[in-house]
Design a protein around this ligand. Structure first.
Ligand SMILES: [Zn+2]
Ligand SMILES: [Zn+2]
Length: 154
């Protein structure tokens, strides 16, 4: 019969299963032989090296606690949690995959906000055509001068 590595009490598998049901952690991914009380304590205290999960994106096995703290220490995250991204994507994600999605999520917003900036990549010829088709509206000059645009149209 297995003994808890921390307190030395006999581990009640049923109780451990209860703990897993409550937290959504897989029994197979608990890397220490701990009783339910110690597991709860470890979970509460964010002890790393115990609770693991498998990323459904890249397939890596990762430390949940470590991933959470890594994730939340990244400045691009804002007040999101790794679990928020998981909820959004509907799958288990390691910190780097979750951060990858954050970039995507923010990029979508940025594209929208930085519409004007991005159009600077437009060639002067393209810009001129758009400018012309918009009735020479100054909102469609894409950072080029009127002279440049007229030259491009010639
Ligand atoms: Zn214990
Ligand atoms: Zn991953």
């Amino acid at each position: 019969m297995a003994l808890c590595e921390w307190c030395g009490n006999v581990i009640d598998e049923d109780e451990v299963n209860d703990f897993c049901d409550e937290t959504g952690i897989w029994t197979d991914y608990i890397k220490k032989e701990l009783c339910k009380d110690c597991l709860e304590q470890a979970w509460e205290d964010d002890v790393d090296g115990i609770f693991y999960d498998k990323c459904e994106e890249c397939g890596c096995e990762f430390d949940i606690i470590e991933a959470n703290s890594y994730f939340n220490s990244d400045s691009s995250v804002g007040d999101l949690y790794r679990s928020d991204v998981e909820d959004k994507k509907g799958k288990t994600l390691c910190a780097s995959c979750a951060l990858g999605y954050i970039d995507e999520m923010y990029d979508d917003q940025k594209d929208y906000e930085e519409d004007d900036d991005e159009s600077e990549d437009l060639s002067v010829e393209d810009a001129a055509l758009i400018w012309e088709s918009n009735g020479y509206d100054e909102d469609y000059m894409y950072g080029y001068s009127e002279e440049e645009l007229r030259d491009a149209l010639d």
